[in-house]
Design a protein around this ligand. Structure first.
Ligand code: BGC
Length: 414
């Protein structure tokens, strides 16, 4: 049992309104700072305030959340953890093992989370059988986004194989258009890499490589082919890609400077926040290959003192899994609800594709956790892989050398 004891209070935080406390409070650490992200987190802030809560915002800019996670570690080490933290995948269990998470089972049980969440998502939210995080959404990572008029003007269809992607990229390059909008940050390199890997290794190979860390798969010829394709991708980005934020790369697709971006559907949140219409201004298609790479955002509550904070945590957990929030937040965020009972009629075509593909891949065994977004592996292992991916992308390292380094880095990461 790794939870530290917190006061067990009613799942309905407001029910103790008679006490002398100031009311539910939460200091919330998150990395949602881009246009679409800020619009989305504002939905939660408003619901929290409407229910009597006082929200202290702790945004830590930096796509993918690396900077936010460094800030979290510093806060916990100094004995001053934030009350609620955007946290996901095995990192939830890693923090639980440190004994610093609060148990939110009373809210989960009162709200019947087990009945409304898919088992695969619920599994990520539990620590030794108790609920330790509240899921917000399901983001799909393996997407290609494109500027519709750029493709049309150049007689290009959305690519359904990597060869088609390469042919389209070369045609665009010859026409003076940047084929791939990309930001040279390690997590963005990893995002492109895992989409390429899913396409080339297949769902089973992806699972073996990035969930099981199977050495044979990590050193296979197919993995060499993954790095070969990454070398091609490197040739399709513009010279100023280094350090660029992901949302600025999305803006390059929006304004027609670039044709494609490979990015999770938080990119759709940017298109939508800018008033762009899917199917008209921009196009979405899953990256070539079978499968679905999921990335579930969630919030974990840290064990903190004070009934107002405990009430704030319970209120937040309750709102996050609430039906209205799951709809409105995800309409803005680009993702789909984690709950299975939220009607999708107000959602766009990309979201419908996502929901249909998620159910189909769940049935066929190709629903896979994103390694690049911290859903598949513990931090030490995913970090070891990303270091090699990024070193290869930013040098002239051969594919064979990258594969050798990958196996070594994984072996040394335990
Ligand atoms: C998160 C998204 C976020 C994206 C870019 C991902 O890891 O799951 O919610 O929008 O990073 O910051």
């Amino acid at each position: 049992m790794k939870f530290t004891a917190i006061a067990a209070i009613s799942s309905i935080a407001l029910s103790s309104a008679t006490s002398a406390i100031a009311g539910p409070e939460a200091e919330v650490l998150h990395w949602w700072t881009s246009g679409g992200e800020a619009k989305s987190v504002a939905v939660l802030q408003k619901e929290f305030a409407d229910n009597g809560g006082t929200w202290t915002d702790m945004p830590v800019a930096g796509g993918g959340g690396d900077a936010a996670m460094a800030a979290l570690r510093a806060r916990v080490l100094s004995g001053n953890a934030p009350t609620a933290v955007q946290l996901k995948g095995p990192a939830i269990q890693e923090w639980y093992e440190e004994g610093v998470l609060a148990d939110i089972s009373s809210v989960a049980e009162a709200q019947g989370w087990s009945a409304v969440l898919p088992a695969s998502i619920a599994g990520h939210m539990k620590c030794e059988g108790s609920w330790c995080a509240a899921p917000v959404n399901v983001h799909r990572v393996d997407w290609i986004w494109a500027n519709a008029s750029v493709l049309e003007a150049n007689g290009i269809d959305m690519p359904s194989t990597w060869d088609e992607f390469n042919a389209a990229a070369e045609k665009l390059q010859a026409a003076g258009i940047i084929p791939l909008a990309h930001g040279g940050q390690a997590w963005q390199d990893a995002t492109v890499f895992e989409a390429v890997a899913l396409g080339i290794l297949g769902a089973n190979g992806f699972h073996k490589a990035f969930v099981e860390l199977d050495e044979e798969t990590l050193t296979s010829d197919a993995m060499v082919a993954v790095f070969d394709q990454m070398r091609k991708m490197r040739g399709y980005v513009d010279p100023n890609f280094s350090g660029r934020d992901w949302n600025l790369a999305t803006a390059m697709v929006m304004n027609g400077e670039a044709a494609f971006q490979i990015m999770g559907d938080w990119a759709k949140g940017e298109f939508m926040a800018a008033g762009k219409v899917p199917g008209e201004d921009f196009l979405c298609l899953s990256t070539p290959g079978e499968g679905f790479l999921y990335n579930v955002d969630s919030f974990a509550m840290f064990a903190v003192d004070g009934e107002d904070k405990t009430q704030g945590q319970n209120l937040l957990a309750e709102l996050i899994v609430g039906q209205n929030f799951q709809k409105v937040f995800n309409l803005n965020k680009g993702s789909i609800p984690a709950r299975t009972d939220v009607a999708l009629d107000e959602f766009d075509t990309c979201a419908h594709i996502s929901a249909a593909d998620m159910s189909a891949s769940s049935l066929s065994g190709s629903l896979l956790p994103s390694y690049a977004h911290g859903m598949a592996l513990r931090g030490a292992q995913s970090g070891a892989i990303t270091d090699v991916v990024t070193a290869h992308f930013n040098s002239d390292m051969s594919s064979a050398e990258a594969v050798a380094q990958l196996a070594k880095a994984v072996a040394n990461s335990y």
